[in-house]
Every structure is written in C-alpha cells, then in structure tokens.
Write a protein that binds this ligand. Sequence first.
Ligand code: HEC
Ligand code: HEC
Ligand code: HEC
Length: 365
Amino acid sequence: MNRKIRLRHLIYGLAGLAAAALVALWAGLMPVTASSGHWRITAWALHWVMQNSVRTDALFVEPPDEVDDPVLVRRAAGHFDTACRFCHGAPGAPAGPLPFNMTPRPPGLGHAAHAWSPAELFRIVGHGVKFSGMPAWPAPARDDEVWAMVAFLRALPQMAGPDYARLSGRAATADAGGSLPARAGCVACHGVDGGSHGGAVPVIGGQRADYLAATLTDFRDGRRASGIMQVATAGLDDDMIARLARHYAGRQPEPDPAAPADPAEPARGTAIIADGMPEARVPACSACHGAGGADPKPGIPRLAGQNAGYLATQLQLWRAGTRGGGPRAEVMTRAASGLSDADIRAVAAALARGDGSGVYEGRQP
Ligand code: HEC
Ligand code: HEC
Ligand code: HEC
C-alpha cells in the first residue's frame, strides 16, 4: 500500500515538472536567440552528441582505396570556395562576416582532418549537422563528389594561401577579368577554354553547343545530379546558359598533358565503341556518338578526347541509375547496364585517347 502511494507521488511529480517545462516553453522563456550564444554546458552537450552520432554513422562507411588523390583535391577546391569558405574560411581567404554571428560559430577547418577520420569527414560533409547550420551535400547520390571534398579537407592543413588561390581557381578568375565565363563563375573550375585541368573536370571546350545548353539546364533544374554543378548553375537564366554554351562550344582546349594515364587495355574499348557487345545487350556507342565518339548526332555529347576518369564515373552513375539528364538519358542507362567495371575502364581509356576518331590528328596529346 505504502509503496503504491510513493509511486503515485513520483508520477504526479514528474507530470508536474513536464507541465511546468511545457508552460515555460509556451511562455517563450527558453531563449533561441543566436546573439546570446550557448551556455557552456549546452555547447558541450550538443558537440558531444554530434561526435557520437558521426562516429557511429562512420562505422558503416567504406573509404575508397585512394583517399588522397591530388586530382580529387583539385576537383573539390573550387566548390569549397563557393560553398564552404563563406562559413569556414580558407588559407589566405577569410570567412564572410555574417557567420561570426551564428550559434554555433562555424569552426576553421585547418585541423578537421586531424580531429576526424576520412569516414567521419565523409558523414559530416555528406549529411551535414542538424541544429548547427552545417548543410548536407546537395546531391545525395554523388558519394564520389563527397569523397573529393574529403580529399580536399585532408590536404587543407598543408595548404598555403597561394596554393589555395591556384587550386580553387581564384587566381584564374582574377586573370580572366570581366569575360562572360568569369562573370558566370565557370573559369574557377573550367578555365576560359574548358580543358580538363589534369582530369579534375570534364572537357567542355569544343563540345556540341546544343548538348552543353541542355545539360546545364538539367543541372540547374535538378534533373542531373551533381552537388558541384547544381550549385554552380543555380543562378543562371536560359539566355546566360545559351551564351555560355556557345562560348565553350567555340573553344578548342589543348589536350591535357597532365591527364592521368589509364592502364586499361584500349583495344577492347575500341571494339565495344564500334560494335557494342550483343551478348550483353550493349549497343555500339558509335551508332549515336559517331566513330570513336567523335561525330555525335544532334543533342548527343562528343566523347572523343574527354577525360577518362570523368567518362568512367558517368558510366558508373548510369549503370546505377542515378546520373539523370534529359529526356533521352534512359537510353544510356540501358547502354551502360551490361558493362562490367573492366569494360567501363577500357571504353573510357579508348575514348579519352581518341582512338579511331582522328580528334588528335596534328595535335600532341
Ligand atoms: C552556413 C554555414 C556553413 C556552411 C556553408 C558550411 N558549413 Fe561546415 N559547419 C558549419 C557549422 C556551424 C559547423 C559546426 C557543427 C557542430 O560542431 O555541431 C560545421 C562543421 C563542419 C565540419 C566539422 C568541423 C569540426 O572541426 O568539427 C566540417 C568538416 C565541415 N563543416 C565542412 C564543411 C564543408 C566541406 C562545407 C562546404 C561543402 C561546409 N562545411 C559548409 C557551418 C557551415
Ligand atoms: C566549382 C567547380 C565548378 C564550377 C564553378 C563550374 N563547374 Fe562545370 N563541372 C564541374 C565538375 C566537377 C563537373 C563534373 C560533374 C559531374 O561529375 O557530374 C562539371 C560538369 C560540367 C558540365 C557537364 C559536361 C558534360 O560533358 O556533360 C558542363 C557543361 C559544365 N560543367 C559547364 C559549366 C559552366 C558553364 C559553368 C559556369 C556557369 C560551370 N560549369 C561551373 C566543376 C565546376
Ligand atoms: C541510342 C543512342 C546512344 C547510344 C547507343 C549510346 N549513347 Fe551515350 N549518350 C546518348 C545520349 C542521348 C546522351 C546524353 C544524355 C543526357 O545527358 O541527357 C549520352 C551521353 C553519354 C555520356 C555522357 C557524356 C558526358 O559528357 O557527360 C557517356 C559517357 C556516354 N554517353 C557513353 C556511351 C557509351 C560508352 C556507349 C556505348 C556503350 C553509348 N554511350 C551508347 C545516347 C547514346
């Protein structure tokens, strides 16, 4: 009997406390002002919860073999400058003034690579942090882009101001003055001529203008997935897209001597491009992209001379059904579904070399 009464008192007491807390929240007594900062214990508790959550999530992440590839560092650097520096700052380039008034204030990232493992950085950059303002990656299907950002964060502790200016394209943008692609923000990553920058970005110089315009619109409207390019195209109107497409279509970038050599056997790739693989229901690529991928039909991209790493990634995305694109993108999902990893490497290498296409005739790759 006695024990029953004590239990009842305990329940009444807890219910009373909960009601008082609810009244306090309803009356607006809990401050949500960023200007007042966190109590020290709140800041500690939130960070502790965040660390534990990231650590547990990261148990299920398998890092790729090559986490610190310099090509990846370069691929992510320009995006860091437009999408992250404003909050976190960078070597020789300070954060914007507003994030100083955020709660929590975004930390500098010079030591993030020491504090977190690659898998943990992957979770933070890929998924963001609730209640803090740290955003998630805009394209959930693009793990490969998130890994590029992890490579960049790992290179950050050793990076001096001038390195950052070169890698992020700030220097190139300043050199390009007020030209159209500089004003649109493209020069940082694609330069004025649209070359591959050592394999960091696709070659867009000399690509068909109709394809360039269509695919830029697909990025902008969210039909094609890329956290980097969706951000880069978000503010472009149709007229600007058409002008940028004409600009890059009219360029002829030098073949990139720094493009990584691919060890794949190209003869096999050349055969798939010309004849397909009927047994695996893979069509001949040349039927739409032209001989050697150099002479495509209207609206279809030229592939000869494109960078091998980019081609392989796109084919993998298609095979997985996550690349996106225009109304005819479905044909590529079907074309890629019968390709093995080895086929993809071989086809990408053959296309990059321009085998059987004549694109490099008279030019030194
Ligand atoms: C709107 C501001 C904002 C932007 C933009 C932003 N972040 Fe953050 N980021 C934060 C805040 C705030 C935290 C602190 C989160 C916490 O500790 O709970 C954070 C935390 C981090 C951390 C963990 C740092 C540490 O030492 O704990 C990493 C890594 C990071 N951000 C990377 C990035 C990258 C990469 C980008 C760009 C893709 C980016 N952030 C964009 C606000 C931002
Ligand atoms: C921050 C770096 C960055 C900026 C800025 C940027 N790009 Fe890109 N661009 C990339 C990367 C990386 C890719 C590869 C995307 C992928 O893997 O899906 C790409 C892809 C593209 C493609 C697709 C090429 C193809 O063959 O399908 C086009 C077209 C393009 N960019 C044009 C532009 C234009 C025009 C601008 C300026 C408005 C621009 N980009 C700004 C990095 C950038
Ligand atoms: C029936 C026509 C057709 C065939 C056959 C075809 N493609 Fe495509 N391909 C397309 C179209 C259309 C696109 C553009 C899709 C979009 O972005 O909307 C494309 C795009 C691509 C791209 C993306 C290029 C870039 O710059 O992003 C690659 C890579 C590619 N194809 C490789 C291949 C390979 C390899 C084969 C042969 C195994 C092949 N294609 C066969 C029609 C075809």
